[in-house]
Design a protein around this ligand. Structure first.
Ligand code: COA
Length: 177
């Protein structure tokens, strides 16, 4: 597997990127995957692709949010048939390396729970917020466990971000400490 920085000349990879996004997030990117890929290519951002046998199998984007010291990881997706083979871990590792070189101290991301995939979807998350975060359990392979394995920790939540009982879970990792 090799990593490439995606740019607007790579039409085939960009089409594959849009397909991977649609497949990974059908509920939100079904009709706008091409636009999301174009946004990933904006000048200040980083758009990384993982290529295997000449085909894009995953992508990771990063957006500078606080000058260059904190970046948001968005989006991240691996094509279905290539999951659980270390592609996601390798992509995030490579992205962290690139961002460290650009002065990133903190890499963070939001990971929604829109379908009761974690215990944070149960009840009112404004009550006992930090106790619930401490005791979070994964009910349906929510990706927070993937990020935890890569060294990310939960740094906050937005209760009801996507509707009642549908929080956004914010995670972050220091690239400097
Ligand atoms: C989340 C995603 C990027 C993971 O990519 P991947 O290539 O399958 O992950 P890896 O094979 O590198 O997995 C690394 C580790 O995380 C674990 N893991 C991966 N996805 C997981 C999940 N959903 N729940 C729990 N653990 C998970 C793997 O078992 C592996 O553990 P190990 O090192 O102990 O063997 C991929 O499943 C995906 O694209 N999902 C749909 C889109 C998505 O949810 N993106 C993130 C939005 S915030």
């Amino acid at each position: 597997m090799e990593f490439i920085l995606l740019d607007e000349t790579q039409h085939t990879y960009l089409q594959q990127a849009a397909r991977i996004l649609r497949q990974a997030f059908p509920h939100c990117f079904d009709d706008c995957a091409e636009e999301i890929v174009q946004e990933m290519l904006m000048e200040d951002r980083v758009a990384l692709g993982a290529v295997r046998d000449g085909r894009l199998v995953g992508l990771a984007g990063a957006i500078p949010r606080y000058d260059l010291t904190a970046w948001e990881l968005h989006p991240l997706a691996v094509e279905e048939s290539s999951r659980s083979q270390g592609v996601g871990r390798a992509l995030v590792g490579e992205l962290e390396k690139l961002l460290r070189e650009r002065g990133c101290l903190t890499l963070y991301l939001g990971s929604d729970d829109e379908d009761n995939s974690t215990t944070l979807s149960e009840g009112d998350l404004f009550e006992d917020t930090w106790e619930k975060i401490r005791n979070i359990r994964n009910l349906k392979r929510h990706p927070f466990s993937f990020y935890q394995k890569l060294g990310y920790q939960i740094i906050g939540v937005i209760p009801d971000a996507n509707g009642l009982g549908k929080p956004d879970i914010w995670m972050g990792k220091s690239l400097a400490r």
